[in-house]
Design a protein around this ligand. Structure first.
Ligand code: HEM
Length: 152
C-alpha cells in the first residue's frame, strides 16, 4: 500500500502542495509600450469575436492608425499624457447611426469582458485596475450619450 498524503500536505511528502506553487507575478502597466501591447492584444480578441468582430472589421479601414490612436487614448487616460485628441462620444454616436441605431448594452458587456480578460492576461497592479475602472465608467457614459443622441 502506498500512503502519500499527510494531513499537512495532501499531495504527499515529495510533492509541493498546490498552495506552495507560486505563479510568476505579472507587472503593472508602466509605459507607452505596455499600453501598445494591451491595445493590440485586445483588438486581436475584438476582431475574432463573433458579435463585435464584424462591426469593427467593417468600420475600421486603417487598423494600424486605429491601434495607434487607441494607444494614444489609453496613454492619455492612464498617464495623463495629451497624446489623444478626439471625441469618442461623437465617434460612437456615428457608429450607432451606421448600425441603424443598433448598439445595445450587450455590445458594451462583450467589449468590457474582453478588456478585462486582456488586462488580466498581461498585467496586474494599480494602473491595470484603473484601466478596468475607467472603461467600466466610460461604457455607462457612452451608452447614455448614444441613447440621448437617438432621441434627437
Ligand atoms: C467602454 C467601452 C469603449 C471604449 C472606451 C471605446 C473607445 C473608443 C475610442 C477611444 C475610439 C477612437 C475614437 C476616435 O477615433 O477618436 C473608438 C472607436 C471605435 N469604437 Fe469604441 N469604445 C468602447 C466601446 C465600443 C463598442 C461597444 C463598440 C461597438 C459596438 C465600439 C465601436 C467602435 C468603432 C467601430 C470604432 C471605430 C470608428 C471608426 O474609426 O470609424 N466601441 N472606441
Amino acid at each position: 500500500m502506498v500512503v502519500r498524503g499527510t494531513a499537512r500536505n495532501p499531495a504527499g511528502p515529495g510533492l509541493k502542495s498546490l498552495n506552495a506553487i507560486q505563479m510568476p507575478k505579472k507587472k503593472d502597466i508602466q509605459k507607452r509600450e505596455d499600453v501598445g501591447l494591451l491595445v493590440r492584444r485586445f483588438y486581436g480578441k475584438i476582431r475574432a469575436d463573433q458579435v463585435l468582430g464584424p462591426i469593427f472589421n467593417s468600420m475600421v479601414t486603417d487598423w494600424e492608425a486605429h491601434l495607434e490612436r487607441l494607444t494614444d487614448f489609453w496613454e492619455s487616460q492612464l498617464f495623463l499624457k495629451r497624446t489623444y485628441i478626439g471625441n469618442p462620444l461623437a465617434v460612437h454616436q456615428q457608429v450607432d447611426d451606421r448600425m441603424d441605431q443598433g448598439i445595445r448594452p450587450e455590445h458594451f458587456g462583450l467589449w468590457l469582458n474582453l478588456w478585462f480578460a486582456t488586462l488580466d492576461e498581461l498585467f496586474e497592479g494599480e494602473v491595470a485596475w484603473i484601466a478596468k475602472n475607467r472603461a467600466q465608467k466610460m461604457s455607462t457614459m457612452l451608452y447614455l450619450k448614444i441613447f440621448e443622441h437617438r432621441k434627437k
